[in-house]
Design a protein around this ligand. Structure first.
Ligand code: SF4
Ligand code: SF4
Length: 89
């Protein structure tokens, strides 16, 4: 089984409350918005100039917390643990 096929078998236990806390105070003056471009899970997006955080697919790499120039992103641990249930052996 190839890696793509294996990854497609993963399922996520998603907690209803976000483990990513973003203080959006500086987002309007953040010109590059690196959080949107750095995240491998596509967690951050813009909708009518508002930063949307779709935390459900986060793989907890920590990159967004590091690249935010104003240090306004805080990651916590999801209450359900890592959240991924591996279904392959
Ligand atoms: S990088 Fe930080 S300040 Fe910039 S848009 Fe993202 S959360 Fe907001
Ligand atoms: S921790 Fe990694 S995967 Fe999660 S939101 Fe930040 S950049 Fe994306």
């Amino acid at each position: 089984m190839g890696i793509d096929e294996k990854l497609s078998l993963n399922t996520y236990k998603v907690y209803k409350i976000s483990h990513i806390i973003v203080d959006k105070e500086k987002c309007n003056i953040c010109s590059d918005k690196p959080c949107i471009y750095c995240c491998p899970a596509g967690t951050y997006s813009l909708e009518k100039n508002d930063l949307i955080i779709s935390f459900e697919g986060c793989v907890e790499c920590g990159t967004c917390e590091i690249v935010c120039p104003y240090k306004k992103i805080r990651l916590t641990y999801p209450p359900l643990g890592h959240g991924i249930i591996y279904r392959y052996g």
